[in-house]
Each structure stands twice: as structure tokens, then as C-alpha cells.
Design a protein around this ligand. Structure first.
Ligand SMILES: NC(=O)C1=CN([C@@H]2O[C@H](COP(=O)(O)OP(=O)(O)OC[C@H]3O[C@@H](n4cnc5c(N)ncnc54)[C@H](O)[C@@H]3O)[C@@H](O)[C@H]2O)C=CC1
Ligand SMILES: O=C(O)C(=O)Cc1ccc(O)cc1
Length: 306
């Protein structure tokens, strides 16, 4: 694979940026990769582990001369970071992001960017419950989807170039409209995370009265919930607050179904339960047949280091 962008700037050096860096280096997709993170401690750690060719003390310096700028910060601060870098962007550069929510990011970032740059929002559907610069690994995006969400007037050549970049990183790329993205992700990722957070919270309350038996005897299902509920609190607070409508819609439907199942249990309606579980089992089989099953935490891949 050859160089796709001469200079790439990663803003926010956590799980996603560090995984991107190692994947970029693995395939030689960029001539140089610069980086910036808000905290001095993160910048020091990044320098110590060789994350980025150069880590700058300001976002302005990191993006200067960059052909591709990737915003890898929590969605709640995307707009603020865009305002900070806007005056320093190279003419003709592409600005993208990796945020888990798209409409809110488009609305908060778009207005800050000058007309002479290409803004192409994105979202790699790959991650783990870990965060920070040391949590990244080159294989994170292999065979995972990366959704690109071009905005009105996005330049076709710039979108195609970003698509090639993500394919070089290892992803399968698809384009999607922003509101549709947010609804799909509310079903497949955001609501499930909230449910996991809730279930672990409930069990935590219970564990106090049962001498922590809930943890001690936790079966695989609950352990999977605890993994998800260990995800970064800042990131997930921002996801729920910025994808409010879609998440609330899905949670409303979830609550209705839960009440129906609750009623079936109370009234002894075994047929209802059996039919429901037969339908959900078919969904799982569909996922496996589509080659999207991954089963294990971290989607079945083990961290093999940078
Ligand atoms: N963790 C995951 O599984 C996935 C996360 N995402 C999205 O990727 C983005 C980054 O997530 P992670 O890498 O997991 O987070 P992380 O917590 O590992 O890293 C975020 C980084 O941003 C920095 N940061 C925070 N505020 C900043 C600011 N104002 N200016 C500059 N740097 C700032 C933090 O210091 C940290 O280095 C988020 O928007 C998230 O929604 C997307 C796919 C998967
Ligand atoms: O760790 C998990 O189970 C995930 O679901 C990872 C993840 C988290 C957030 C995203 O926007 C995309 C992927």
C-alpha cells in the first residue's frame, strides 16, 4: 500500500487515534503523522511509546500543513476542537472525525470550518472498553465497517480518497446519511451500552445485600455486561447527550417489549416467550452467517501490540 496523505494529524490521542496510528504505519498510508492531546500527561505518554512521528503541544501546530485531520476526541468537544484548529488548516485539507454520533458532530463542527477544506464525517464501528493512548492496536479496524457520512456538497474525489485510506487501515467502508446512522447506532450500540450500564448498576445494588455473590458467580452474560459497562464515562455521557432523540426512541420501544415479556412471565404465557426467543435466535444466526460474529470481547481479536 502506498502513501495516501502526505501528512495526517490526529487530534485526541486515545484508543481510536492510537489504533489508527499503528494501522497507518503498518501499511505506510501517510508520509508523516502528527498528534495532539489536551493533557500534558497524555502527550508525554504518547511520546514515550512512539505514538505519532511528532506530538505537538498545540492543536494548531499539529494540524498545520496536514492533508488529513482526524478528530478523535469525545463527541461533546468536537465543536470546540474544530473552532481551535479552523484558522490553521491547510487549504484543500480534509477534516474527518471518528465520533460515535454524526448529526450532532456535523452541526457542531461544520460551521467552524473554512470553505476551502473538505469536511467528511466518519465512524469506525470498532472499539473496546479501554481508552487512552496505550490501549490502541493496529488490528482494531481489520474487517470492521467504517461508515462515511458525506455532508452536502462533499467533494467526490476527497470522499474516495478517505475511503481508500480507511480501506488501507483494514476497514470495509460504506456511506450513510447522518440521521440514519444515528438511528442505526442507537439500536446496535448506544441503547445496548445503556442497558449494560443499567444491568451492572442493578447488580451492584444487589451485590451489597448478597455479599458480592453476583460478581463471584457471574455467568458469561453478566460478565459481558460488565465489560461494556467499563467503557469510558466521558465518551458515553457525550454519546447519549448528543444522540438524545434516537436513543430515547429506541429505549421507548425497548421498554414496551420488556413490559410485554414481563407480562408473559407473570401470566405464564410460555408461547409468547418461546416465539420471541425463536425470533431473536434467528437474528443471531443471521449475524453469524453474514460473517459479522465475533463473539468474544474485543470482537474476537487479541491485542498483539503496536
Ligand atoms: N472507544 C470506542 O470503542 C470507540 C470510540 N469512538 C469515538 O472515538 C472518539 C474517541 O474515542 P476514544 O479514542 O475511545 O477515546 P479516548 O478516551 O481513548 O481518547 C480521547 C482522547 O481525546 C482527548 N481529549 C479530550 N478532550 C480533548 C480536547 N478538548 N482537545 C484535545 N484532546 C482532547 C483525551 O485526552 C484523549 O486523549 C469518540 O468520539 C468516540 O465516540 C468510535 C468508535 C469506537
Ligand atoms: O466494545 C464494544 O463492544 C463496542 O461496542 C465498541 C464500540 C463503541 C463505540 C462505537 O461507536 C463503536 C464501537
Amino acid at each position: 500500500m502506498s502513501v495516501i496523505y502526505d501528512r495526517v494529524a490526529l487530534i485526541g490521542l486515545g484508543l481510536i487515534a492510537s489504533s489508527m496510528f499503528w494501522a497507518i504505519k503498518r501499511k505506510g498510508l501517510a508520509g508523516e503523522v502528527t498528534g495532539y492531546a489536551r493533557s500534558d500527561a497524555t502527550r508525554q505518554t504518547a511520546r514515550h511509546i512512539g505514538l505519532c512521528d511528532h506530538v505537538y503541544d498545540s492543536a494548531a501546530d499539529a494540524v498545520a500543513g496536514a492533508d488529513l485531520v482526524v478528530l478523535c476526541v469525545p463527541v461533546g468537544v468536537m465543536g470546540q476542537v474544530a473552532a481551535e484548529i479552523a484558522p490553521h488548516l491547510k487549504q484543500g485539507a480534509t477534516v474527518t472525525d471518528v465520533g460515535s454520533v454524526k448529526r450532532d458532530v456535523i452541526d457542531s463542527v461544520g460551521p467552524h470550518l473554512p470553505e476551502n477544506v473538505h469536511f467528511i464525517p466518519g465512524h469506525p464501528l470498532a472499539g473496546t472498553e479501554h481508552s487512552g493512548p496505550e490501549s490502541g492496536f493496529a488490528e482494531l479496524f481489520d474487517q470492521r465497517w467504517c461508515l462515511l457520512v458525506p455532508v452536502e456538497g462533499s467533494d467526490r474525489a476527497a470522499v474516495d480518497r478517505l475511503c481508500s485510506f480507511w480501506e488501507g487501515i483494514g476497514s470495509n467502508v460504506q456511506e450513510m446519511e447522518a440521521d440514519h446512522h444515528d438511528l442505526v447506532l442507537a439500536v446496535t450500540s448506544h441503547a445496548p451500552h445503556l442497558i449494560a450500564y443499567t444491568m451492572v448498576g442493578v447488580a451492584d445494588d444487589l451485590s451489597r445485600v448478597t455479599d458480592r455473590e453476583v460478581i463471584k458467580y457471574s455467568a458469561a452474560g453478566f460478565r459481558d455486561f460488565t465489560r461494556i459497562a467499563a467503557s469510558d464515562p466521558t465518551m458515553w455521557r457525550d454519546v447519549f447527550l448528543s444522540n438524545k432523540d434516537a436513543t430515547l426512541e429506541i429505549l421507548g420501544r425497548f421498554t414496551e417489549e420488556l413490559f410485554a415479556l414481563q407480562r408473559a412471565i407473570r401470566t405464564g404465557d410460555g408461547d409468547h416467550l418461546h416465539e420471541y426467543f425463536t425470533r431473536t435466535r434467528a437474528i443471531r444466526r443471521g449475524i453469524i452467517e453474514a460473517g459479522q460474529d465475533t463473539d468474544a470481547p474485543d470482537f474476537g481479536r487479541k491485542k498483539s501490540g503496536p
